[in-house]
Design a binder for this molecule. Structure first.
Ligand code: ATP
Ligand code: MG
Length: 333
């Protein structure tokens, strides 16, 4: 009898230890599975761009110093862009997407400033999957295909924002955008909390164009002729100058656009034409970057390579800082 009891006790303890081993194993296994499920995206996002963490970490101080250090002769741009972008980034629930219109003469820094903005929001800058540069003549060359382009553009915007609410869209050559195309952006730029279950209010849209360039140039020239300092030009004055009528020129890409008519553009940012002194600053930056020695003679030689307007006064560079890099190569070569 005692033997039987011993056997039963032995079997019970064996069975119990198996159960507890199973319990312990499944507990450890579960913990491993659940912790790896938790860790997987973390590890994945260490190496691949995600819409979080280090990939999208706006650097406001860096943006400020970059704009101030690297952008020459555009005090209105630096001030306004900084206020507009930081205001939007700091606001946890902005009531609409940010829409900026960069206007002004060729080579004055519109693409350059857009790139600086991208670099200070997205770790991968312009190469980020959430930054889209749309170039009218390249992406949307034919007016006759506008209906097809509308579908494409809707897909691009919705696709990107659904993956990352902090998406950036840069529309280059707005002057050459097919008429009517840009209107499809209206719901995304308006004050809706969601459009088709997607919230667009954290995204940023920048529209680049030469629209209003002549008006801006004339205002800056008048100011210059009066012997006033360029830095004394105020944004309020330029706001009046960028005549909204300009946007309704048939060639502007904004033609009869509801973005303008419905006041969905938050800021019109005027890029002023660059003077010879700014050309020399651009030349200096380019020489530095290429590791060349900098002398006043070289800077003047580069500046002499460009053409200036108006014909009688020759104050502003016709091509802004656009050809500087090749002119530096030419002068140094
Ligand atoms: N204000 C500026 N300060 C410093 N560099 C500038 C400035 N403007 C232009 N540059 C230099 O010139 C290059 C060309 O300028 P950018 O492409 O930004 O001109 P843009 O205003 O877009 O001209 P466009 O209307 O012809 O497209 C920039 O990459 C930059 O190196
Ligand atoms: Mg440009």
């Amino acid at each position: 009898m005692a033997r039987v009891i011993k056997l039963v006790l032995l079997l019970t303890s064996l069975y119990a230890s198996q159960i507890s081993a199973f319990v312990i194993e499944s507990f450890i296994g579960g913990a491993i599975i659940s912790s790896s499920l938790y860790a997987a995206p973390k590890i994945y996002c260490q190496f691949t761009e995600c819409c979080r963490g280090k990939w999208i970490a706006p650097k406001i101080t860096g943006l400020q110093s970059s704009l101030q250090r690297r952008v020459f002769g555009q005090h209105l741009v630096t001030e306004t862009v900084l206020k507009a972008v930081t205001g939007h980034l700091k606001n946890k629930s902005p009531n609409k997407a940010l829409a900026l219109s960069f206007n002004g003469w060729t080579g004055s820094g519109k693409n350059f400033v857009s790139k600086i903005i991208a670099e200070h929001i997205f770790r991968k800058g312009m190469d980020s999957n959430f930054v889209h540069q749309i170039i009218a003549t390249h992406d949307y060359p034919h007016q006759s295909d506008v209906e097809y382009y509308k579908r494409q553009l809707r897909k691009l915007v919705a696709g990107s924002v659904s993956k990352c609410s902090r998406s950036l869209f840069i529309f280059d050559e707005m002057d050459k955008m097919p008429i009517g195309l840009i209107d499809i952006l209206k719901p995304y730029l308006d004050h809706y909390p969601d459009v088709g279950k997607i919230d667009y209010r954290q995204s940023i849209f920048i529209f680049l164009s030469n629209t209003g360039g002549h008006l801006i140039n004339n205002a800056v020239l008048t100011h210059w002729k009066e012997g006033k300092k360029r830095e004394d030009l105020k944004i309020k004055h330029m706001d009046k100058v960028i005549n909204l009528g300009e946007f309704n020129n048939k060639g502007s890409g904004f033609w009869h656009s509801s973005l303008i008519e419905k006041n969905l553009m938050d800021y019109f940012i005027p890029f002023m034409p660059l003077e010879r002194a700014h050309i020399k600053m651009c030349a200096k930056a380019d020489l530095e970057q290429k590791g060349h020695p900098i002398t006043e003679l070289v800077l003047n030689n580069v500046a002499d390579e460009l053409l200036y307007f108006p014909d009688d006064l020759k104050v502003f560079s016709q091509s802004g800082c656009k050809k500087i890099s090749s002119k530096v190569d030419y002068v140094m070569g």
